[in-house]
Design a protein around this ligand. Structure first.
Ligand code: AMP
Length: 206
């Protein structure tokens, strides 16, 4: 079963994607794929991402195609951060069959608050939030590795506002695209706590 997680930045797509991975899915985040590019290529994409803009679709589509062509024995793919516009949705259709869309919705106000407080540990990858949840036990330090937490370079107020503006303009229409294709869209309230959201998603897949 192949799934797409759609939601504003900060809605918890990455968190829920990782939890679905524990249930046997292959979680693929295009944001992570782009951040893991080699230095020279990364420099090119940061020109866009640090301003909160989309990286050109042809580049993202190419990277994604390469990633999904790798065979595995997982339950299916969970896409996070892709497709972000209609062009990408059309390109995806040629590659894999999508079974369900999971739309995690939150208000813009909550999205901004979460993104401003978002931190991560470079060593173990664990995510934290200074404004919401999960808060680190010692402000600014990873509970496990005890090293200083990092902030994503694109989590600046200016880039956050741009990302939300583009989400409304370019990504929200993708929901209508799938609705018209009669693909089931599961709506989940992303302002609830992480485990509740996860439970709702798992229930909806049964
Ligand atoms: P994310 O980790 O999903 O918030 O993505 C971080 C940044 O990577 C975005 O702000 C974009 O600049 C870029 N990006 C990720 N996925 C895509 C995509 N499907 N299309 C275009 N740009 C993307």
């Amino acid at each position: 079963m192949n799934l797409i997680l759609i939601g504003k930045q900060g809605s918890g797509k990455g968190t829920q994607g990782k939890l679905l991975e524990k249930k046997g899915f292959n979680h693929i985040s295009t944001g992570d794929l782009l951040r893991n590019l080699e230095a020279e290529e990364k420099k090119k994409i940061e020109f866009y991402s640090l301003q909160g803009k989309f990286v050109p679709s042809d580049l993202v589509i190419e990277i994604l195609k390469k990633r999904i062509s790798k065979k595995d024995d997982k339950k299916g793919i969970v896409l996070d951060g892709f497709p972000r516009n209609i062009e990408q949705a059309e390109a995806l259709e040629k590659e894999i069959k999508i079974d369900k869309i999971i739309h995690i919705y939150i208000s813009d106000k909550v999205a901004v608050k979460r993104l401003i407080g978002r931190r991560y540990c470079e060593n173990c990858g664990r995510g934290y939030n200074l404004e919401t949840f999960p808060k680190p036990k010692n402000d600014g330090l990873c509970d496990i590795c005890k090293i200083k937490l990092n902030k994503r370079k694109d989590d600046t107020i200016k880039a956050i506002k741009k990302r939300l503006e583009i989400y409304h303009k370019r990504t929200e229409p993708v929901l209508d695209y799938y609705k018209n294709k009669q693909i089931q869209i599961i709506r989940v309230d992303g302002e609830k706590d992480i485990n509740k959201v996860n439970k709702e998603i798992i229930e909806s897949l049964k």
